[in-house]
Write a protein that binds this ligand. Sequence first.
Ligand code: TRP
Length: 336
Amino acid sequence: MEEKTTEKKQVIYSAIQPSGNITLGNYIGALRNFSIFDEAETRLYCVADLHSLTVRQNSAELRKRSLSLAALYMACGLDPENNIIYCQSTVSAHAELAWILNCFTYMGELSRMTQFKDKSAKHADNINAGLFTYPVLMASDILLYQTTTVPVGIDQKQHVEICRDIAQRFNSLYGDVFTVPEPYIRTVSAKIQSLSEPTKKMSKSDPEESFVSVFDKPDVIRRKIRRAVTDSETEIRYAPETKPGVSNLLTIISALENKPMDDVVASLSGLGYGALKEAAAEAVIREFTPIQARFDEIMADKETLSRLLKQGAEHAEALARKTLRKVYKKVGLVQL
Ligand code: TRP
């Protein structure tokens, strides 16, 4: 028989947790890449508030941060009329599919997840079951929408891989229920490290001075980057293994200015670390200033923001239900 050539239409899905500050790392690794898919048929961008519950949160803060993150998506250029922007907890299908997929995921594969190992080391007093099954909820997010492409930071690659494994396992038992998604990771250099400990990933749960937040004002950005850890040499060179601090600043410039690393290094040749930090800080300020202005405008009209999120949730719900109904039927749940 001839091979079918029907191409699946592109469905983009991504999410960010509303826990804590959104950092420069989240911005370069994920957020900034969201708007490059404007050609895709369906694009969903979710605020992963259920995922945030795996770590203790202040309730009022969490709610506030969820709304701000949705506003930030819009401020970064995602038009809510053409993109489905919504909060995960407002579409109950996520939690429902997660239960089912929990029954198709092995303890062994979940225990291999690096994020689980890291987070359980960091929150040793609260290694809850949600932290362990976190990737299953993430797989549910993705699979509910027949997603083809998942733009994420490199740190989430393993989670997209387990999602693929779960989808393939389910499909091999029940037929073609889920689309098997591909991760989309823009460049190898898209991993932004901590400013104070440049061998570690930049993380919003680390001390203030180790990251730049999307909401930091220019003077704060300059101060934090000026204090970034470098090394005892003077030469500006890209060498992530031996010069992690300097390489991290170079990566920030290269990513934000969309310039190849060699060009960035060449443009700074003969200059000192002071100039490198200045260039990095200016690149960040140039990027964040207009986003902050749009963000303030969106947040000033909460009514419109709520209406847009409700609209996003309804749209997402309708798509998610289709997949969930199919899954319920396949696994043998009662159909009334
Ligand atoms: N786990 C992701 C992170 O911490 C957030 C996330 C939740 C996600 N669900 C997702 C990312 C679905 C992509 C697709 O960054």
